[in-house]
Design a protein around this ligand. Structure first.
Ligand SMILES: [Zn+2]
Length: 323
């Protein structure tokens, strides 16, 4: 009985695993792109002084899609939303997150790009804080035992001081759980200043669950390098445009749920801090939007060319082998 079961199991593993593992050698060109503007509808995301993250993300996403469509008409583009709604016009945040991932997977995306804005501090723009602004010395007499002595004391002056919300710059997230790579900064939960889908109850894969472990391994083998490559290109472009480069990061919390749920290379770009007045103005201006879109587009173009280069090389190798 045992002898029959073992070959059967290994054969079924091969049948299941080979289409997935086979992707490694077949370098797929970039044909289907999923663009995911973060938040939307009832979920405005982080708030700026003038505009919501959801609307900024949507504007950038649509312009990015237009630019890519013009340059590469062969790429099929799917948006998770094109108006100010939660994807799928859903009213439940978790369901809308699943909708984003399903849309990407059902359309066999080759790449998933999510667009978000970062946020930090107590309020967009800045806030008032009660602080000591000056002290005046005066002399007071105090009793020390039977004696009275003179002592210098201070009278403090307080005022409400305006504290500017200064955090700024760009960062790109990838899903890289369990990966130790010098290029990626791991962000601890408390470190993270942003807002990302904080009301979601979806949980990340449990690394102790064998089925989840297999899925994580497949993601790591097939999609991790590509995601990192593109994330790197994006940050390079931002840096060249004199934006503050906060780096390529991974985060192990709900904010990246959608990245691990898509069976394709995936990145999440935080295009700037909407809580910073200066960056908000930049992200809302036509020039700023043009530059951000241009940066992401150039990165994507490099990524696409790299894929094609690799595909050409692998075809060349195959040809050599057949002789
Ligand atoms: Zn967001």
């Amino acid at each position: 009985m045992r002898k029959i079961i073992i070959p059967f199991l290994s054969l079924s593993f091969f049948v299941i695993a080979s289409p997935i593992l086979g992707q490694q050698s077949n370098i797929k060109p970039l044909r289907t792109l999923i663009i995911d503007p973060g938040h939307g509808g009832q979920d405005p995301g982080a708030k700026g002084t003038l505009e919501s993250e959801a609307n900024v993300a949507l504007a950038i996403s649509l312009k990015l899609g237009d630019t890519i469509a013009k340059a590469f008409p062969e790429i099929k583009i799917h948006y998770t939303r094109t108006t100010d709604i939660l994807p799928g016009n859903l009213t439940n945040l978790d369901a809308s997150l699943k909708y984003r991932a399903n849309l990407a997977n059902d359309n066999n995306g080759d790449l998933f790009i999510a667009i978000h804005c970062n946020s930090a501090g107590k309020a967009p723009g800045g806030w008032y804080e009660r602080r000591v602004v000056g002290k005046t010395p005066y002399t007071k007499t105090v009793k020390k035992g039977k004696k009275t002595v003179k002592q210098t004391a201070y009278k403090y002056e307080y005022d409400n001081v305006w504290v500017e919300n200064k955090a700024k710059g760009t960062e790109t997230y990838i899903w890289a759980i369990g990966k130790n790579d010098a290029k990626i900064n791991s962000v601890a939960k408390n470190d993270f200043s942003g807002e990302m889908d904080s009301t979601s109850t979806l949980s990340l894969p449990d690394p102790t669950d064998p089925a989840e472990k297999v899925r994580m391994l497949i993601y790591t083998q097939n999609f991790f390098r590509k995601s990192l490559q593109l994330a790197d290109y994006v940050q390079e472009e931002f840096k060249d445009a004199d934006r503050i480069d906060r780096g390529v990061k991974q985060r192990n919390d709900k904010g990246i749920w959608v990245l691990q749920a898509t069976a394709m290379p995936s990145i999440l770009i935080e295009i700037g801090f909407i809580s910073n007045k200066e960056e908000e103005a930049y992200m809302l201006s036509p020039e700023g939007q043009k530059e951000i879109v241009g940066n992401i587009f150039t990165a994507l173009k490099k990524y696409k060319e790299k894929l094609e280069e690799k595909a050409a090389k692998s075809a060349e190798n195959k040809e050599k082998k057949s002789f």
